[in-house]
Design a protein. Structure first.
Length: 337
């Protein structure tokens, strides 16, 4: 099976390429390197000892998409390319809608022109917004609190309407919880280009000495230790969910959302403690007020993915922190950009 991976040089895309290649999928990447470096694909090639066709271009470029479709002739597209910073999305809403909504629209239109009917889409649990109940299942109301979340929900809508109009089309919508961790080789991992917004990469940079102290945002939540609870999912488990989703897309038409999480949640303090075990040193922390826009707890009901995709997360919290530390300590400055 031939799979076009947009945004394949990014954090989630690169790990997914390795899982696909291990199972002999033929892969092709379209990436504009706005948040990645070609070095990622060199490492993917050497780790897999395989071929990755790649195009440098933007997913909003119709001519480029037509060229990739004509030359690579994909059976399916995994659409990772997009923007993901919640704070930035409030400052640059038009840019976020252009890339995340316009980019998805351009990809689907190119697929339609080429007769490619299967797409796996990177959505986010952030589409749910403030929980009315937990764990979130896929029927939970969707009221995203950020422009970023809105852009993901709009893209989901476009894909859903497309499959209603095109009876041969299949859109598998994956709502990721909190992806963390790195490939077991320590050769690829998450490489934030700026100050990390997210907890795990921030802790990793403290552990390696690039930052002095982790700020814990809020210790007065209604949670067992007062800090925020999240459903962290190992990036390799998440990558494998895409392989499962491809199989599902071959067997089904229509659009269907799936939560991609473990169904378990950990607090900020749990993560700090686990990282301390992984790196063999205590992580310095300081307490600060809650971060604006944060919710107390998020947790997936991952039952639908288990039943229908036949997929389940298998990595533990220690797998997440140990692999992150292996990547960060081996690559203190990330990829050389
Ligand atoms: P990432 O930034 O590492 O990867 C995105 C890739 O897309 C990068 O390689 C970037 O260069 C590329 N890209 C961006 N805009 C592009 C464009 N217009 N044309 C072509 N390429 C473009 O991010 P990631 O963490 O790998 O996330 C992948 C997808 O998953 C994104 O759509 C993101 O919104 C979604 N997602 C991520 C998380 C997370 O925590 N990492 C959570 C939920 C959803
Ligand atoms: C954030 C985004 C969310 C996105 C997700 C991707 C916001 C408001 N939400 O979610 O839309 O889908 O990333 O994984 O940005 N924390 C600290 N100190 C830090 C960083 C984080 O204490 O320096 C805490 C947070 O308050 C939270 C937990 O760690 O309780 C996890 O934070 P983070 O990794 O940013 O993920 P989310 O808040 O779930």
């Amino acid at each position: 099976m031939r799979v076009l991976v947009t945004g394949g040089a990014g954090y989630l895309g690169s790990h997914t390429l390795l899982e696909l290649m291990a199972l002999n999928y033929e892969v092709c990447v379209l990436d504009n390197y706005s948040n990645a470096t070609p070095e990622v694909l060199s490492r993917v090639r050497s780790l897999s000892n395989g071929t990755v066709t790649d195009y440098t271009g933007d997913v909003r470029d119709d001519a480029m998409l037509d060229r990739v479709m004509a030359e690579f002739r994909p059976d399916a597209v995994i659409h990772f390319a997009g923007l993901k910073a919640v704070g930035e999305s409030a400052e640059k809403p038009l840019y976020y809608y252009d890339v995340n909504v316009g980019g998805t629209l351009a990809v689907v239109r190119a697929m339609e022109r080429a007769g490619c009917n299967r797409i796996i889409f990177s959505s986010s649990a952030t589409v749910y917004g403030e929980p009315t109940y937990l764990p979130y299942d896929e029927a939970h109301p969707t009221t995203p609190k950020s422009v970023y979340g809105q852009s993901k929900l709009m893209a989901e809508r476009i894909l859903t309407d497309w499959t209603v109009a095109n009876g041969a089309a299949s859109a598998v919508i994956l709502r990721y919880f909190n992806p963390v961790g790195a490939h077991i080789s320590g050769q690829i991992g998450e490489d934030p280009s700026d100050i990390p917004n997210n907890l795990m990469p921030y802790i990793a940079q403290v552990a390696v000495g690039k930052r002095d102290v982790l700020t814990i945002f809020g210790d007065d939540y209604d949670t067992p230790d007062g800090t925020g609870l999240r459903d962290y999912i190992h990036v390799v488990d998440l990558a494998r969910a895409h392989v499962a989703a491809l199989g599902y897309a071959v067997r089904h038409t229509g659009a269907r959302p799936f939560n991609i999480g473990t169904g378990q949640s950990y607090s900020v303090r749990d993560i700090v403690a686990a990282f301390g075990r992984a790196c063999g040193a205590e992580i310095p922390v300081r307490q600060a007020p809650r971060r604006v826009g944060d919710i107390a707890a998020m947790q997936a009901d991952a039952g639908r993915a288990m039943r229908e995709l036949n997929w389940k997360a298998t990595h533990t919290l220690d797998d997440m922190t140990v692999s992150t530390w292996k990547w960060q300590s081996g690559n203190p400055d990330g990829y050389t950009r």
